[in-house]
Design a protein around this ligand. Sequence first.
Ligand code: HEC
Length: 181
Amino acid sequence: MKGFIAGIVFTLAAAALAGYVFIVTGAMPANADAPPGSFERWAAHASLHATIDRQAPKGAPPIAPTQANLSAGLKVYAADCAVCHGASDGRPSRIALGLYQHAPQLAKHGVEDDAEGETYWKVYHGIRLTGMPAFSRTLSQDELWQVSLFLKHMNALPAPVGEAWKKLPSEGGWQAPAAGR
Ligand code: HEC
């Protein structure tokens, strides 16, 4: 029994030492210009979904998707989100392309299917270990819900808001050159 416990202690100590060496020798990647590994992707997605299931507000949002609220949501989006999530042409900015977790271009890969409360949670808290910032300290409750409503209805906006959205200047100043032969 004693030998068994000593074996467990030794194995744990060896694993901790290996982890320490992995980190302090620089073997653990610290660069952002590589795709995340499959374990990292799985752990990040699984923990994000479980957290949102537990914490995101459920049910109807506290404000309605009126034209005024959607228009206010577009204003927030233009000021704080478009730099990473793009304009209506869906062309990524250089900032979006350089992020370790690429920022989805929401005009193409939108979140209209997600509940407003889920989007609200992501915008309020941000997403850890990605470039997605937390806006809990910088946007008001109304602004947080307005931008969440804007994303929910992005593909079916009332005409005046849809026209303003189409006019938002593209953030994608860079385009990949056509593939040569
Ligand atoms: C500095 C860049 C950056 C800014 C600014 C930014 N985001 Fe993000 N956002 C990201 C990244 C990167 C992700 C992807 C995170 C991941 O892979 O889980 C993301 C993810 C999201 C998602 C989840 C998308 C999905 O497919 O599930 C939503 C919703 C979102 N952001 C909304 C916003 C809103 C609204 C704003 C402005 C108030 C904003 N973001 C500002 C970088 C940014």
